[in-house]
Ligand binder design. Structure first.
Ligand code: AMP
Ligand code: ZN
Length: 112
């Protein structure tokens, strides 16, 4: 399977890593949309939220808590931040490996 985020997880292409554990990795977005822009990615290939099951409740909860931890470490916990996951064509998903964006360091605009 040709998946760029699996390749980053495996280390076959480099990522600017900011966090790693047994279940997830986090790395800086290559085309940052904010001063802080990190992607939190499960090591296991899951295409999108559509493919999650009840067994993944812990995984998606863990991703949210890693986002919280990184918001603190990257200095945006107090100023505020956005976490977002784009899913499918209308959601604007470009990489078909589930990921959560952590964005901060500037005022976010309204969703639209
Ligand atoms: P999405 O539209 O939610 O699928 O977002 C995919 C994100 O992955 C975009 O913000 C890209 O800039 C980012 N991206 C694509 N390739 C890489 C890469 N090799 N390293 C880091 N971020 C990447
Ligand atoms: Zn993948």
């Amino acid at each position: 399977m040709d998946c760029i985020f699996c390749a980053i997880v495996e280390g076959s292409i480099p990522g600017d890593m900011v966090y790693e554990d047994d279940d997830v990795v986090a790395f800086k977005d290559i085309n940052p949309k904010a001063p802080v822009h990190v992607l939190i990615v499960p090591r296991r290939h899951v295409r999108s939220v559509n493919e999650l099951t009840e067994e993944d409740a812990g995984l998606i909860g863990h991703i949210c808590l890693v986002a919280r931890r990184l918001a603190h470490e990257l200095g945006v916990a107090q100023s505020g931040y956005r976490i977002v996951s784009n899913n499918g064509p209308d959601g604007g998903q470009e990489v078909d490996h589930l990921h959560v964006h952590l964005l901060g360091g500037r005022q976010m605009r309204a969703l639209g």
